[in-house]
Design a protein around this ligand. Structure first.
Ligand SMILES: C[S@@+](CC[C@H](N)C(=O)[O-])C[C@H]1O[C@@H](n2cnc3c(N)ncnc32)[C@H](O)[C@@H]1O
Length: 260
């Protein structure tokens, strides 16, 4: 079996050319534009089920595809990505307007540099399908949940989707490339339940043409605090800056000092 694709994509996103190509991807063909429109509609509907004036974290924000929508709902918005070129595109896309507080952080999603419950809403769109290792996915999902006080919106490639089933058949019988990591719904929902989150809704982008589904989770009760971490301004020096005291439109880097 050929192993492709998705982890190489992450490397590609680290480069300026890869980030620029991703930014254009959803405008490149009518089918991509249709996906993008559908995704914005779904995100908008999910956001309408949640309060306004939130403190929002967009993990793996990429070039800021959902930036405007999230900022429209936010009191403050934090955009986080591993890729500096993506963050720069995201910052550019956000311009000067938007939420009172908009910050950009270069950090890894598996070790988020925030205290527990730092955000009202954590979002992670099109991140999990890059990770074939279930332990790595557990780490990522648990981190998204940890820093969310009440809401989480995430997407994953649903193993049970029609397109997912077709892909598995093709992989098995035609030796097609491994491609995206497909996940059982139960994997996500049981990790959520372990952190006291319950599914509000699951919405497929398209029942026929996409594996990706959007999930809205809501926290039912609070769990004891487990970790703390600091941030470091990339340009200026002060370290251990906390969410809420960050300066607008700065890009910060994570300090990986999370205690085990
Ligand atoms: C497919 S893009 C999705 C971007 C955006 N959420 C969207 O839907 O347009 C995946 C993004 O995840 C970022 N990424 C990959 N691994 C990451 C990690 N471990 N921590 C943070 N970001 C990561 C990549 O740099 C890239 O910007």
């Amino acid at each position: 079996m050929r192993h492709s694709g998705k982890s190489n994509e992450i490397e590609r996103y680290q480069r300026e050319s890869g980030a620029a190509a991703y930014q254009l991807k959803y405008r490149s063909t009518w089918i991509r534009r249709l996906d993008d429109t559908r995704e914005h509609r779904i995100m908008s509907r999910l956001l309408h089920r949640i309060d306004h004036g939130l403190n929002i974290l967009d993990v793996a924000c990429g070039a800021g595809r959902f930036g405007e929508l999230l900022v429209g709902q936010a009191r403050s918005a934090t955009f986080l990505d591993l890729s500096m070129p993506m963050l720069q595109l995201c910052r550019h896309a956000m311009g000067e307007g938007g939420a009172n507080q908009t910050t950009f952080i270069r950090a890894g999603a598996a070790s988020l540099p925030f205290r527990d419950d730092s955000f009202d809403l954590t979002v992670a769109v099109r991140l999990l399908h890059h990770f074939h290792d279930p332990l790595r996915r557990t780490e990522l999902i648990t981190e998204l949940l940890r820093v969310a006080r009440r809401w989480v919106i995430l997407t994953f490639a649903d193993r049970a989707s029609l397109k997912g089933r077709q892909r598995r058949i093709r992989r098995r019988w035609l030796g097609r490339k491994r491609g995206e990591a497909m996940i059982e719904r139960a994997e996500v929902l049981s990790l959520a339940a372990a952190e006291a989150f319950q599914r509000v809704t699951i919405v497929p982008i398209s029942r026929l043409f996409s594996t990706q589904v959007y999930v809205l989770l809501e926290r039912q009760r609070h769990t004891p605090e487990r970790s703390r971490a600091g941030l470091c301004e990339l340009d200026a020096v002060p370290c251990n800056t906390e969410v809420g005291t960050m300066r607008r439109n700065m890009i910060y880097a994570a300090v990986f000092d999370k205690p085990s």
